[in-house]
Write a protein that binds this ligand. Sequence first.
Ligand code: SF4
Length: 917
Amino acid sequence: MDVIPITLNGLPTSVQAGRTIFEAARSLGIHIPVLCHHPNLDPVAVCRVCVVEVKGSRGLVPACLRQVEKDMVIQTDSPRIQRSRRTLVELLLADHPVPCKKQQQTGDCELEQLAAAYGLQVPRFARGKSSAPPSSRLDLSSPVIAVDHDACILCDRCIRACTDLQVNEVIGRAYKGVRAKISFDMDRPMGKSSCVSCGECMAYCPTGALTDKPLGRITDFKNTKPVESLCPYCGVGCSVTYHIAENTLVRVTGRPEGPANQGRLCVKGRYGFDYIHHPERLTVPLIRKPEYPKSLNLDRPGDSAFTGFEAFREATWEEAMELAARRFLEIKRRYGPGALAGFGSAKCSNEDNYLFQKLIRAVFGTNHVDHCTRLCHASSVAALMETIGSGAVSNIFADVLQAQVALVIGANPVENHPVAATFIKQAAKKGTTLIVLDPRYVDLARRAHHFIQFKPGTDVALLNGFLHVILQEGWTNEEFIRERTEGFDKLRETVASYTPEVVEKISGVPAELIKKIARIYAIAERSIIFWGMGISQHTTGTDNARCLVNLALVTGHIGRPGTGLHPLRGQNNVQGASDVGLIPFVYTDYQKVNNPSVQKKFEAAWGVPLDPNPGLTVVEIMNEILKGTLRGMYMMGENPFLSDPNVNKVKKCLASLEFLVVQDIFLTETAEFADVILPGTSFAEKEGTYTNTDRRVQLARKVIEPPGLARTDWQIIAELSTRMGYPMNYASAEEIFQEIAALTPSYAGLSYERLARGGILWPATTPDDPGTSVLFTESFPSGRGKFVPVEFTPAKELPDAEYPFVLNTGRVLQHWHTGTMTRRAKALDEICPEPYVDVHPVDLEELGIQDGERVRVTSRRGAISLKARASTRVSRGNVFIPFHFKEAAANILTNDALDPYGKIPEFKFCAVSLKKA
Ligand code: SF4
């Protein structure tokens, strides 16, 4: 960038052209006070506190807005400027409440700080004399943010944070003159508006107008210790600062330097932390009482009043670990290693999960180890591995800002990956053409240039339709196909019959629209595809993902910034758990267990013979339990009772297990079936690494001490292993990470020392490798990209006269998976306290059911009762139920039919009936 000469405060200097005076001064270490300005926001120059003198300008000019020019002569701190700033601050203070809430709470009200800097503690004008009645000044309707209009200086920082960063566009200004104020929607109370409680407005408010409501017993945020760490919820991997006092997590703020979130957070990350201190935390080991056989749990009503604790007695760690080790060894001796299995957790760290799969493989002696990736993106990984030889995302999600076209299919990022969604929404505002395809009107559809609502389960037909048009119209990238792919002719043959007219009949999408979307995606220079579980959670999940890869290969939209494939990963560490081998077919870095040289490598590293046969997946393990061949299980942080399909079957499996050890932080529905319960640690209570959806490995610090006798998860695993005859003597999580790096080529260049300076995108193969943002720039790990053409097949269970509706399940913004954490987070449960089923209003009317009435939803596997919500987000004949609520567990209804490749169940499609309850 060009450098231009200027004179600043009498000194000749040079600065980068294009900068504002504020930025130029800051780059030279000169402080200019601001109130309405923030470096992350576009300047608006409404407060005029940053005014400076520019030679030749009549009035004072705002430094935040005015750009430097060649030979500009600027004065930032003359007596005239001082007078102006002082007067402005005095006038603002006159309206400022006494005491200021923010000053009291955090001590960092920027107006109060400015007043102190100018020595204005005793101002000329009387303070805090608002003419408005108190009821209109205070708005306490939001569960998480207090609004005090008196403290508002109308700087518009909240409006810009809401509109430009989070792209929620809830906050604006209402009224004129002295009545002017910030308003939510059309001047509604914040808690009754469309606000999603992300707290970004509060984070940018310079005064006490928007402040966090305390969520725990400690209300003073001033005397807290900051610890840098990560959000424990979704795969975005937001960097946060936890503010701690008295071993209590008091508050969470976003870290502006966070590479994934740039300071932004969603409602879960900012306000969903207090579950950590919930009184129901497990604090001692528990052992089942003999008078409470597991079969009792089969009959239990499933309501939240049943605590389940009465079935257990407290035990010492010695007792619990001795029992666990002895029973696992007994089962192994009696029935062989294949009678044992383990589920690890995508919520736990890489170190926890590495040790977990090592224990199952090296000590239990089996590859029956899996986790919730099987319920999430296993089919996407199967398709990606088969076609390009790598299951990871090709580009980071923020790359969407460089894309001309973003195609989002079967994903609901606004609720599931909220901060990633802010980048997609920003891109759409800045000119990226956003195409959203989904059977349901997801929130992102509101921002889309094109929203295509297609019939559920018809993804393959629709995507083949796009491919047909692209091939027919010659919108293919011939050079890319020739140089970097194989199997194109077969694709041509397969998609030939998927004319837009044929596909219209299958998918319900008009033929003309199919042509239009195919064209937009194909002819753009840079197109990126995002997908979620709407693609993967089908018996055709692998086929769906194969079609997306076909689209990218046929157009050459992969291997460059702004073009590629990004399956949005769900859990905070589902990528990492898979990377470190928590999958039945592979060790770390997807090295196959049935590859003899890989087997030798791990046998040499671990010093034991290893099973060369791939193990069973989540649902297959359940089936083997029912057959009586699988008898003992170790589950760390998984709750299959609510997360797996066909819950009634899962219940039978859990009750049939001869021996079950559950390691968790709460007595989950699954733990109620355990013989031994081991109290593990929450995210905040241990150090470890986590890998986000971008492949970014990040280090999380220990924030507080665990409650009671709870222990760090990897230490529990190591002790169990040692007691079972395979000593694991690790001194720290860091030592485990060193072992991971030594066995995992993509992680080989990573170390705690490097990660302490910031997250790194794998592959990073040497200590000076900075990591890799865009994959497949020259070639694919498999050499050439392989076209795998697929034919459309319908879902396994289609609606009929008895079960006429199609059920779709998913998440809501405020809750996470089985609700173990979020339903114990006060604010999150307050905002979204109960289950519901979304039904099209016309369907409701035909059924004679009112909006808000209770309905009974029945499938071939069971029934649940919950509130009906009239919603046009679902099309006629379709219903949607979030799966977080144990009192109406959606997975009682879902089908456990599996995708034959990814072995993922068909969560997104089964037939149900509805009746007034
Ligand atoms: Fe946490 Fe995901 Fe929200 Fe970020 S987007 S704050 S990682 S839940």
